[in-house]
Design a protein around this ligand. Sequence first.
Ligand code: ADP
Ligand code: MG
Length: 328
Amino acid sequence: MNKFKFILLFCIILILSACSHPAAQKQLFAMDTYMNFNVKGKNSQEALNKICDEIFNLDIIFDRNEKSSELNTLNQSKISNVSDELLDIIQQSIDISEQTNGAFDITLAPVLDLWGFYNQNYKVPSDDELKLSLNKIGYKKIYITGNNISLDNTEIDLGGVAKGYAADKTIEILKEYNIESAIISLGGNVYALGNNDGKPWQVGICDPFNTEKNIGIVEVENKAVITSGVYQRNFNYEGKFYHHIIDPKTGLNPNNNISSVTVIGSNSTECDALSTAFMVMGIDESAKFLINRDDLGVIFITNTNDLYVTYNIKNYFITDNTVNFINE
Ligand code: ADP
Ligand code: MG
């Protein structure tokens, strides 16, 4: 098991330890990560069976490294008629690109390939290589007419949003089965449905400098808690540290001091995309974005281990560390 997978598994175990007497549990490996589902109530097993089918179905559609996947077909042929799911995730992603001035951009695939993040064959691209690939980046290169999508000299990578989308689909299925209490973790993308025997669910926020520890917990009900961090996929080269979040404007790691961002909100797709976007935007630009978004809670951890937290979560974020509030 590589370090990345071990860290995810550890964080998940911490989360599971918060669950009492689950009616049904399931663990699986999909979308290149470990997923855990803890569901309480009648029909739990039936709901979990349907969830597994749905997750594997989405994995087959979204995996751009799988030759026969729908996304790979679109990337290679540049035009195709896509399923409702692929259309939906691409449309939601473009929406967030527009809101974040392109900090989140699913057309980053050509640059991600240069860095080797898709197959862990890491390398630092040359300036010339980056320049060529940056010409292929831009969410405005995606054209949509009905279910028909065409790509103008670009390719799509859904790594920054696929797990959040799968979490939303999971919650939809749980609601179809009238499940009122569950906690799910898709590679650290958590959703807490309802409550845990009358108490809020407790979700650990990983310490990016010691991923076997939590830096705090949030107490939540009916919320997604989604983290992007530099510790999730990274490598060192000639004494420098590189990680898997890329600024679409430069093709490089963002030039800021953020180690992880957790976004808490009701929609997992949005929280997943925004956690990646805020890693790129840094605290000041994200704070401006958040002025009109009191429905979102955000925890930034800097690379000096300082905490910057939106004021609206002060009553349910519990930590021993000093907290600096933003948008107070
Ligand atoms: P993880 O998948 O590790 O939970 P994220 O949700 O932050 O973390 O997604 C990171 C992944 O998103 C990268 O591995 C890459 O595939 C993709 N990505 C990196 N930078 C961006 C970006 N600026 N916009 C959209 N996708 C990105
Ligand atoms: Mg993300």
